[in-house]
Write a protein that binds this ligand. Sequence first.
Ligand SMILES: [Zn+2]
Length: 851
Amino acid sequence: MNDDEARYRLPRSVLPRRYDLVLEPDLDAVTFTGSEAVTLEVVEPVDEIVLNSADLEVGPGRLEGPGGTLEVSTIRLDPETERVHLLLSGTAEPGEWTLHLGFGGKLSDQLQGFYRSTYIDDEGRTHTIATTQFESTDARRAFPCWDEPDLKAVFGVTLVTADGLLAISNGPEIGREDAGDGRVRVRFADTMPMSTYLVAFVVGSLDATEPVDVDGVPLRIVHRPGKADLTPFAAEVGAFCLRYFADYYGIPYPDKKMDMVGLPDFAQGAMENLGCITYRESLLLVDLDKATQPEVATVADVIAHELAHMWFGDLVTMRWWNGIWLNEAFATLMELLAVDAYRPDWERWSQFLRSRAIAFEVDALESTRSIEYPVRSPDDAAGMFDILTYTKGAAVLRMLEQYLGAERFREGIRRYLDEHRFGNTETHDLWDAIEKATGEPVRRIMDGWIWQGGYPLVSARLRDGMVELGQRRYLISGKQDDTVWDVPLLVRTSAGTEPVLIEPGGVSIPVADDGPVVVNAGVHAFVRVEYDDELLARLTADLRSLSTDERTQLVDDTWASVVAGHRSAVDFCRFAESFADETELPVWQSLLQGLSWCERFLTSGPREHYRSWIRGLVWPAIERIGWEPREGERDLDKPLRGALMAALGVLGADPQAFGLAMEIERESRGDGRVDPSLAAASVAIVAAGGTSEDYERYLEAIAKARTPQEELRYLYALPDFRDASLVGRTLEMTLTGKIRSQNVPGVLARAMANRDHGDRAWSFAKEHWDEIVSRLAPTTVVYAADGTRFLTEPDQVDDAAAFFAAHPIPQSALQLQQILERQRVNEAFRRRATPELMAAFSAGPQLGEPG
Ligand SMILES: [Zn+2]
C-alpha cells in the first residue's frame, strides 16, 4: 500500500467479520437512527479504530472483547476522507472484539446512501419510501462501516418501522415483534459473506406479489400499491434467468430468496443488492399489451443483468474498484446470453450492435480510455460506469467467447466462480481460469484489449490469391497511432468459416475462388473493417449473402467513415438507396440514424427535397410490411414498422403519416387496443409537428399514464415540440420537481438535441446549472451535459468548452471530455457535409449520378 492508496484504503489492522445492524427510519421526519454491533478481528494491537462514515452523526461507542470493555473516548469525523476515527480508552490486543456504535442521519434527497423516494397515490396523498443505493461507496452514508469491496462480512439486519409498512432487506424475514408506539421490529436472516455495497433495506408503503417458487427460491416483485398487474412479466423473466444462470454457472443461487423492487426514484437503472434488487419502475413493471418490443426487451435485459450479478459480482467480487469494468461487462454479456435464450426471435445480439455503435464512436476519440485503469479515489471508480465498461467490455468478452467457442468459455467461467466463491479477485484471475480450461493464450489476447484504449481498423487486401489482413488504430481525428492488438475473429469464404488471430504484424490467408470474403464474420470482434475495392465489390454485389449483423455493421462502418471525413454524406445517401429491399430492424435503425444527422444540416428548399427523398426511401419499406400488424408476423416487425413510420413522419414530415399519427395517438389513450409500436411512433411524430393543444394533452397523458413506459414516452417527447415557448415550459419543469430528478438529465439532453431550439436549452442549462446539479444524483450529472454534442455551430463549441472549464464534473471528468470532443467532431462534420448535401438536394429529391 503506497501513500496514495493509503488515502483511500482503510488500515488492515482491524477486519470486520459480521455486522448486526438495527435501523429505524422516521419517514415523516426524513431521518433515521441506528446501532451496530460489528464483530471484528483485531490483527495487531490498536488504540484507534478507523472506518468509513459520511454525513452521519456517530456515537456513543464501546469495544467488548477478551480483555473486557474499552470505551470509545473520542470520535473524530473526517469529512474529507469520509472516515471516522474511534479513539479507544486503552489498547485492544489481537483477537475477536465487538464494536458497539450508535449513529443517525438524514434520509438523502440525492438518491444515494439511505435516501427518500416518494409517490402520490390515487387519493392525492404523498407516501415516502426509505431505500438504499450504496454502490460504489455510499454504504458509509447509512451506517459506519469498512466500505471496501474486499472487506466482506456477514450482515444481520433488523429494521424498526411503523406497523403496516413493508420492510425488506437482503435476507428473508425471520422474526417480527412489537416495538411499542405502533412500531414493529423486523429481523432478517444473515447474508452470505459479502461486500458492503451490496447491502440493502427498503421501508415504505409497498406491496409484494405472492412468491413464485423457483426451484426452492421464493421470487417476489415489490411495487407500489395498485401496480400488481404490471408484475407478471418480471416474475416470468426473473424465474427464467435464475434457472438459466444456476445452470450456466453450475452453482445454485447463492441467497435464500429474491425480491425485485420497483422504486419511483432511482438514480441508475437497477442495483444488484444480493436478494433485494432495486430498479427504476420503468425497468421492472410493464404491461405486455401496452409496451413496445424494445420496452419489453429492456425490462428483460435489466432483470437478466442484475440476476447475473448474484453470482458474478456478489458471490465473487472484484478486490477493488478497478475491477468494476469486469463486473459490469460480464453481467452485460450474461444479460445478452440469457435474453437471447429466453426469446431467440428477439435477435438480441443484432440489437446489441446498436449500442456497440455508440461504443465504437466514443472509443474512436482521442479522449477515450482503456477499459481497465488504475482506480484510487471514489471519483476514479465513478468514472468507470460508462459505455466503455458496459458495452465495449461486453463486446470484447463476446469476441473471446466466440473465438474460443461458447462451451470452452463457459468451462473457464465455472472454474473461476468455483475457485473464488465468497472471495475477491483481480481481472487476471478470470483470464487464468479460462486459460487453464482452454489452453489458449487468453491473458495475452485480452491484455491488449483492456489495457489499451481504442480499437483497430482491420484492412483486407487481395494479393495473388491471398487476403492480407492488417491493422491500424481507428481514430476519428485521423491521427496516426501505433497501438496494435491481437485480434481474434472469424473469416468466412466459400470454403467455410475459420477462426483467425491477426497478430500485430498482420496475417495472410488463402482464398480459392472469386466468391465473397467476409472478415469479422458474425461481427463478434470489436473492430471496423476496410475492404479494398475488389473485396467490397464482391460483398455489395450480393448484400443478401451477408447476415443481418454483417449488414448492420457495414452500414455503421460506412457511416463512421462519413463522420471521419473519408467519404461524403451524399455518398452515404446513395449507399442507403442500395438497401431498398432491406427488411431488418437494426439495419434500418443504423441507416436512419445517419440520415437524421444529414437532415439537421439542411435548410429551406434542399431540406424539403431531402424530406421528399426520405419519403421515397421509406415508403416502399413500410408498404412491404403493411401499415398495421399482420397475423403471425414476427415480433420484430412491429418496432420496424414503428421506426419506419416515425422516420416518415418526423424525418420525412409526411402529412399522411402525421394525420395517421394524430389518430393513433388519440386512440391509444382511449380503451381501444392500439399496437404499442405505432402508438410510440405516433407520440414522437405528433410532438415534432404538434401545437400547444397537443402539448397540454401530453402533460395530461404523463399525469394519467397507466404504465411507466407510457409516462416516459410522453415525457421524453415534450422536448421535441418545435414551438419555442413549449420547449421553454419543458425546461422550466426540470427545476420545479414536476419532472423526477432521475429523468431530468434525459429531458435536458433531448431538449439540446432539438433541431430548432437546442441553443435555447443550452442557455437554460448554463443559467441554471448549479440548481440542476443540486437536484441530481452526482453520478447522473454528466448525462445532463450529453446534449451539447448536438450543438454544432463553431461558437457553441467554444462556449461549451469555456462553460465546462468553469463548471467541471469531477466524478465524470473523462466522460465530459468525450462529450466535448464528440461536439468538435460533429462541428467539423457539419462544416464539411452541409455544402455537399445542400448542393446534392438543391435541384430536387433525386440524388442523380455520383459526381
Ligand atoms: Zn451491473
